[in-house]
Design a binder for this molecule. Structure first.
Ligand code: HEM
Length: 197
């Protein structure tokens, strides 16, 4: 049972790493939104060959592995948990809240993928600029990015703990990295909504 749990944890971490690498790439390439020509040129190139579909497939598989392993780990650890363990959870967040935020994050990602599949890839810049004229969409994306930030912060802190790196410097670096990543994404809805594009 122990080694099976380790395997689940490893595949969850590996899938998480693949998704984190994609998110860095996605945020950095999206920064080209500051220039309409650069943004459209990048996405025309991205959509010209099989790359986009390959990336989408890898992301769906990684997400599936990550979620499936998380459910399995939760089942095993909740069975093994004793009352005493609770004393060691210093900052215990209610399980229902965690579940609700994960469901919201998954919904956000699925809705986002569906929206991007419906866009005309030749005029992606105006499609995105149009999407963020809606307050509802801006709020939905900002909320999704906020939950993503909390999720990354929490999971990276756990990874650091597993690696024995519990220093304040390491934790500060995780905060800075997650803020930069989600802040970089948040620039686009804000930039569009406030008419800077
Ligand atoms: C405001 C922030 C974001 C903007 C403006 C944005 C924009 C886009 C665009 C333009 C595409 C590709 C459309 C195409 O190639 O035709 C895309 C695809 C995608 N996005 Fe985002 N995105 C944002 C945030 C996110 C976040 C936070 C995630 C994940 C948590 C995400 C996950 C994906 C995935 C999985 C795809 C499909 C694979 C791909 O085409 O690269 N995006 N997004």
């Amino acid at each position: 049972m122990g080694s099976l749990l380790q395997l689940q944890k490893r595949s969850m971490a590996l899938a998480g790493l693949v998704m984190a690498a994609y998110l860095i790439f996605h945020m950095l390439t999206n920064l080209s939104f500051l220039s309409e020509t650069n943004f459209n040129n990048f996405y025309q190139w991205y959509n010209a060959g099989p790359i986009r579909w390959l990336v989408l497939l890898i992301m769906i598989v990684a997400m599936f592995i990550h979620v499936k392993a998380a459910i399995r780990i939760r089942q095993v650890t909740s069975k093994a948990r004793t009352i005493d363990n609770k004393k060691h959870d210093k900052f215990k967040i209610p399980a229902l809240f965690v579940t609700a935020s994960i469901i919201f994050l998954l919904t956000f990602i699925v809705v986002h993928i569906i929206q991007t599949l419906m866009f005309d890839t030749d005029i992606l810049y105006s499609e995105i600029a149009q999407l963020f004229q809606s307050e509802l969409m801006v709020l939905f994306y900002l909320a999704g990015l906020f939950v993503l930030m909390m999720h990354l912060q929490h999971s990276l802190a756990n990874v650091l703990q597993t690696l024995g790196k519990t220093s304040v410097t390491c934790h500060s670096l995780v905060w800075i990295a997650t803020l930069l990543l989600t802040g970089g994404f948040a620039l686009i809805p804000l930039y569009s909504y406030f008419g800077l594009s």
